[in-house]
Design a binder for this molecule. Structure first.
Ligand SMILES: [Fe+2]
Length: 148
C-alpha cells in the first residue's frame, strides 16, 4: 500500500503541466485528460514487477463503491479492498493538500466527507478504520507523505 500511495498518480505525467496547475475552472477537454490518469498509470505500471496488483489498484484509485466513478464504474465487491483503502486515503490526503485552485481544506473536512459518504462512495469498514487511525493519533498533516 505504501508503494501504491507513492505511485497512484503516476499517470498524471501524461497531463500537461498547465492543466495540473490551472487555478481556474477546467474545460471539459481538460477534465477528460485528467480523468484518464488512472488508466495511464495502469499502462505505465502493468508490466513492472512490483510484487502485487499495484497497477490494478492505481487504475481503480478513483472508483467509488456505488459505481459512479471512473475509469470503469466498478462497484462493491468488484473493487479490491486495496482500491477501497486507496480511495479513502486519497480523499483525505487531497483535502489536506493545497491545490493550485484552492487552499488546504484540512483533515476535518476530509473526515466529514468520508463520513457523509460512508457506504455510498466509500467503503464503510475502510472509513471506520481510517477514522480509528486518525483518532489514535495519526496526523496526516505532519506525516512524511505530505512533505513529498
Ligand atoms: Fe488520482
Amino acid at each position: 500500500m505504501r508503494i501504491v500511495g507513492l505511485l497512484h498518480d503516476v499517470g498524471k505525467v501524461s497531463i500537461p503541466a498547465e492543466i495540473l496547475s490551472e487555478p481556474g475552472k477546467l474545460t471539459d477537454l481538460e477534465w477528460s485528460l485528467i480523468k484518464r490518469h488512472p488508466v495511464i498509470g495502469y499502462e505505465i505500471l502493468r508490466d513492472v514487477k512490483l510484487g502485487g496488483p499495484i497497477a490494478e489498484i492505481v487504475k481503480h484509485h478513483h472508483e467509488r463503491v456505488n459505481g459512479t466513478s471512473c475509469p470503469e464504474g466498478l462497484a462493491g465487491s468488484e473493487l479490491s479492498l486495496e482500491s477501497k483503502i486507496m480511495a479513502v486515503a486519497y480523499l483525505v490526503e487531497a483535502m489536506v493538500s493545497r491545490r493550485p485552485y484552492r487552499a488546504s481544506k484540512g483533515v476535518g473536512e476530509g473526515i466529514e466527507e468520508i463520513i457523509k459518504n460512508s457506504g455510498i462512495l466509500y467503503d464503510k469498514e475502510v472509513v471506520s478504520v481510517c477514522i480509528d487511525v486518525i483518532e489514535a493519533g495519526f496526523n496526516i498533516e505532519k506525516s512524511d507523505y505530505c512533505k513529498l
